[in-house]
Design a protein around this ligand. Sequence first.
Ligand code: UGA
Length: 458
Amino acid sequence: MEKFEKLTVVGAGYVGLSTAVALALLGREVRVLDTNLARVEGLRRGEPPFYEPGLAESLAQAAPRLRYTTDPAEAYDGSGIAIVAVGTPPTPAGHADLRYLYQALETLARYRVPLAVIKSTVPVGTNREAQRILGPGVAVASNPEFLRQGQALSDTLYPDRILVGAEEGWVFGVLERLYRPLLEQSFEELPWLPRPKALREALAGGYRVPLVRTGLESAELAKYAANAFLATRISFINEIANVAEAVGADIEEVVRAIGLDPRIGPHFFKAGLGYGGSCFPKDTRALAYLAKRGGYDFKLLRAVIEVNQAQRYRLVEKAEAVLGRLNGQTIALLGLAFKPGTDDLREAPSLEIAEELLARGAHVRATDPKALEQARQLLDPRVQTFADPLEALEGADAVLLVTEWPEYRALDWAEAKRRLRRAVVLDGRNALDPQAMAALGYVYQGIGRGRKVSEAVL
Ligand code: UGA
């Protein structure tokens, strides 16, 4: 199997770089091809292009087996497998923009790489199109990725499953060999990325990570179905949270009660400001579009998207209700990244919230432990940004907690109260303890925390 020894990963984003680093850590020589010269040069110096836990250490450890280039001839020379993980961003109409993928495939077609593995999230049918572009001498496998940002390397090294869609039997064999160390978890865990306890225990009982073999279309659809289902859970629990507010129930108590049913489970049931990021918003829209194009109206998914959009404005509405008006008031936003553990602002609710607050005449102050630099480029210049959260709260009439960074749970809320003009905290992620906040004298509201709203008067 000498022929499949050399590997090329195309695209040094979250998915491509995590895959390249993981395979290099497992002992493979990997060449990484990216069209972005600044990114390639940074990687050559050992600099991670984005914040991701354990990435800097892993890049350093795997450096001898990683080569970065913008030159396809160098990247593909003698390569047996091309793992394609370029971005598929959304177009304004809601479908996936496949431009970068097709460019990458057209380049790849000029080299004699026998197996193309598509990791990018792509609409159903794209792998067949890839097959057409690459021609009969090349096999195509669909190999969607399920990693989460903020845990990208850990999810890659310790996957729940590896999904491979292909047409020819030998392709499964080649990828089974490529991923064997991951399937068998036969490698030493990294000190900075420990193996999850549940996986360790399962392995002790003889468990092996499943390799799911499917056809091309099923693998493509499975990726969208996974994200659409997870998005549905979030919109569902957010609607129950909104009902909880209307009827005086507490969403955290409801989730504890229903999550114990093994058919339901407790995961992915955090009520809040809805989902953001580079995946759920894009993939839900793309699946709805894909269904529509195929003549099917995916009503449930359309509602999931609509609920998510409305959810983003819950805190703005609450702030207006508590303060009476927003015009002329100062609002502090705690957290800008779309979720904790990342500096990514793609489809972050914070951006729309800031816009809406400005539109209603408020002054906006904002902070984030990791995303501040990127945020300064995206936010309206009227939004003032601060590295120190306490400074961001200075003189504010209300605090909106938008991203549940651990730093904000650990904040000295007694000191914060001295800095604020009015002690109002609206917690968009239910990150804080309502009783503790009430005890400190705050007017506190979470999402769906019906009776656990402190009624202290302003
Ligand atoms: C998501 C999926 O979880 C991954 O499995 C998938 O591989 C990835 O998309 C992708 O398609 O590439 P990610 O976007 O990194 O990963 O982030 P998640 O941790 O899943 O969170 C997504 C959004 O949902 C965040 O805005 C988060 O705040 C929100 N969320 C998540 C909730 O509002 N409630 C929850 O209970 C969970």
